[in-house]
Design a protein around this ligand. Structure first.
Ligand code: 4AD
Ligand code: MG
Length: 462
């Protein structure tokens, strides 16, 4: 029976015959003995395999093993003489499953830059960093389902191909089967989308929220967890063109219940990572963001600051001379402002609420002042916005007038407006950017390094 290396490393030395399988990270050869370090992705640490060249029979196979080779090794666990591990495998048999030519294998023993590894994304999961990121990402996905399932939220799958712009921001990728060299036209020269695959214009979704709301207004508490797409020309370290989002939606819930859920969810994610990925988190602290464990622990234990946009602007305006983009009431908060609030003023995550209606999406509930809306963004130190959400506008007339003010056609959203016609209730929800969460807990500087195959402007290799 082949075992996972993570399980083998926890065992005590014994005469039991053990087999592991994986990829060779390093090989150290001398006259009498050969050491392989083999990793199977089950943990950051690989296992050290020792071959006594005086007794090991299959030296021909051993000679052909190189960095990157796939091997199966059999032997017994013995106490390790070297530092770094308590046990090692004294090999009695070796199968070289897949050879790996050293002269062309792009991953050598030395440390590679993250930029180089992005170019070989199909192989980068074989490095310590990307193995650790993949395990942490898995924990966060698992914890997401656990968190919402334990609260009896229903997991709903919203469409990926959509005909409506959920954010009203016009940042959508078109989905079409029309021949680009021979586009059908209407009599007045426009593109004739009735000839397109779906008989109308369609796009990749920017958010599952609107469809999610339709299920919340029947089943009360739901969440989505799916891919979303933004044709936004932002080449930054925290934007992707394709990213995953978790969007809970709750009927009979106002912005306060929404903020409470967001805070509880973020804290749960962080605590699960600390509990399940101790070794990986220690690695990230050592190589990427010092004291990450302590930082997360402090966030888990401290209530998030709640602050209105108006108060945030008052605080920020005091420092306007230090910002690249000075703030005044009505301007959107930039990354530098989010950093200043979370890192300098409060040294804590901050939930900013009640933004000017002009800078937020059409569906957010209008406050009595008619100037601000019940939006809420959760900002965290270093990264800025990790969650965006709101209480939704539940009043039909107000929602329609908000759409018109933002140059959207209410007719395009007829089914969404029906929710306000038939049994409308206060309801709220938010979206957590999954890669932002992975980026935050790992301390990885660039969001392109926390998703297996990042998509960004001018880049969609693999
Ligand atoms: O603030 P956003 O645009 O909100 C929505 O999409 C709402 N429909 C959510 C809801 O209320 N159900 O996006 C939500 C989150 C952001 O806070 C951010 O973490 C992440 O999604 N996000 C991105 N992550 C990576 N790359 C991008 N281009 C992102 N845009 C948003
Ligand atoms: Mg947002």
């Amino acid at each position: 029976m082949k075992e996972r290396i993570v399980d083998v490393l926890r065992k005590d030395p014994s005469d039991e015959l053990i087999a592991i399988e994986g990829w060779v990270r390093t090989k150290r050869d001398s006259k009498n003995v050969c050491f392989l370090e083999v990793n199977d992705g089950s943990s950051l640490k690989g296992i050290q395999i020792v071959f006594d060249k005086n007794t090991f029979s299959d030296l021909a196979a051993l000679n052909n093993v190189t960095t990157g080779s796939a091997v199966i090794c059999e032997g017994t666990l013995v106490a390790s003489g070297g530092g770094g591990q308590s046990v090692e495998l004294a090999a009695s048999a070796l199968t070289l499953v897949g050879e790996c030519p050293t002269d062309t294998y792009p991953l050598q023993k030395k440390r590679h830059t993250l930029e180089y590894l992005r170019e070989i994304a199909h192989l980068r999961a074989r490095t310590n960093t990307f193995g650790a990121v993949a395990r942490v990402r898995n924990t966060l996905a698992w914890a997401t389902h656990k968190f919402f399932q334990d609260k009896n939220f229903l997991y709903v799958n919203t469409p990926i191909i959509s005909s409506s712009d959920a954010e009203g921001a016009g940042e959508m990728f078109r989905v079409t089967t029309l021949d680009l060299l021979n586009v059908p036209k209407t009599e007045d020269g426009q593109v004739d989308y009735t000839k397109d695959f779906f008989g109308k214009q369609t796009f990749l979704t920017v958010s599952g929220q609107l469809e999610g709301e339709t299920y919340a207004l029947a089943l009360k508490n739901i969440y989505t967890f799916g891919p979303t797409f933004r044709a936004e020309n932002s080449n930054t370290k925290r934007h992707l063109s394709e990213f995953w989002m978790i969007e809970p939606e709750m009927a009979f819930c106002d912005i306060h219940g929404n903020m409470a859920l967001a805070e509880e969810y973020v804290k749960y994610l962080f605590s699960e990572v600390l509990r399940k990925n101790e070794e990986d988190m220690e690695f990230f602290s050592r190589h990427y963001e010092a004291e990450m464990g302590t930082t997360l622990q402090k966030i888990i234990e401290t209530p998030f600051i709640r602050l209105t946009y108006t108060d945030a602007v008052k605080e920020l305006a005091k420092k306007n001379d230090t910002f690249e983009f000075p703030v005044s009431w009505g301007t959107d908060l930039q990354s530098e402002h989010e950093k200043y609030l979370t890192e300098v003023v409060f040294k804590s995550p901050v939930i900013v609420t009640d933004y000017p209606k002009e800078i937020k999406a059409f569906y957010m509930k209008l406050n009595d002042d008619e100037k601000t809306v019940r939006g809420m963004d959760v900002l965290v130190p270093r990264l800025g916005e990790i969650i965006g959400g709101s209480e939704r506008e539940a009043n039909l007339e107000i929602l329609e007038s908000r759409m018109r003010a933002l140059k959207l056609n209410p007719e395009d959203y007829w089914w969404y407006l029906d929710l306000r016609r038939f049994g409308s209730v206060p309801h709220s929800g938010f979206g957590l950017g999954f890669e932002r969460a992975v980026q935050y807990v790992t301390g990885m500087g660039n969001i392109r390094d926390v998703i297996p195959y990042p998509r960004s402007p001018k880049s969609a290799e693999f």
